[in-house]
Ligand binder design. Structure first.
Ligand SMILES: Cc1cc2nc3c(=O)[nH]c(=O)nc-3n(C[C@H](O)[C@H](O)[C@H](O)COP(=O)(O)O)c2cc1C
Length: 166
């Protein structure tokens, strides 16, 4: 059967930073990701209950959504293939953190865009859970960057052209 990720693509890949009750942070890749509302800003993503990220969200209902640039694709891949249960991805990938303003999970240094969010809805749909987060703080350092566009499994694409419709 065709996977849903092979039907709806490409999808912007985000990095979701969470932390457990003790404050230990984790970072993982998510491409089942969408904006929901302009004002106030809301975002949503779908997380499998097998992820450490899922456990963390249950313990601390807050996250930081970072949108990484294409130059980070190898680190994005590692964030999406290794679990925080086995490895500290911040140390492994040399990702430096700094305190967020409104949430417990930290921000990551040198990310073009980061949104501090509080979970307002966490609900099971099939094999994933929908997470809806209200954006409490936003950090936009740069907007002219190539996002990491995910197709399925280990296949990605890039934005090649911007078109304006008259
Ligand atoms: C590009 C990419 C996108 C991914 N998107 C999702 C997603 O939307 N939802 C999900 O549950 N897992 C997704 N994954 C898988 C998780 O990132 C992966 O299982 C990760 O190891 C989970 O880490 P954690 O256990 O530390 O939370 C994706 C992986 C990659 C490489």
């Amino acid at each position: 059967m065709t996977r849903i990720s092979e039907i709806i693509f490409p999808r912007v890949t985000g990095l979701v930073i969470t932390c457990d009750r003790q404050g230990k942070p984790n970072i993982a890749a998510f491409s089942f990701l969408m904006p929901i509302s302009f004002e106030p800003k809301y975002v949503a993503f779908a997380v499998s209950p097998r992820r450490k990220t899922f456990e963390n969200l249950r313990e601390v209902g807050e996250f930081v959504l970072a949108i990484p640039p294409m130059e980070m694709i190898n680190r994005v891949w590692a964030c999406g293939t290794k679990s925080g249960r086995e490895v500290d991805k911040f140390t492994l990938l040399g990702l430096e953190t700094r305190m967020a303003k409104a949430v417990k999970p930290p921000l990551v240094r040198n990310m073009p865009v980061q949104l501090e969010c509080r979970v307002e809805l966490f609900k099971e749909f099939g094999d994933h859970w929908l997470v809806v987060g209200k954006v409490l703080e936003e950090h936009v350092e740069k907007l002219d960057f190539q996002p990491v566009l995910h197709y399925s499994k280990n296949v990605f694409t890039t934005v090649s052209e911007r078109m304006v419709v008259e």
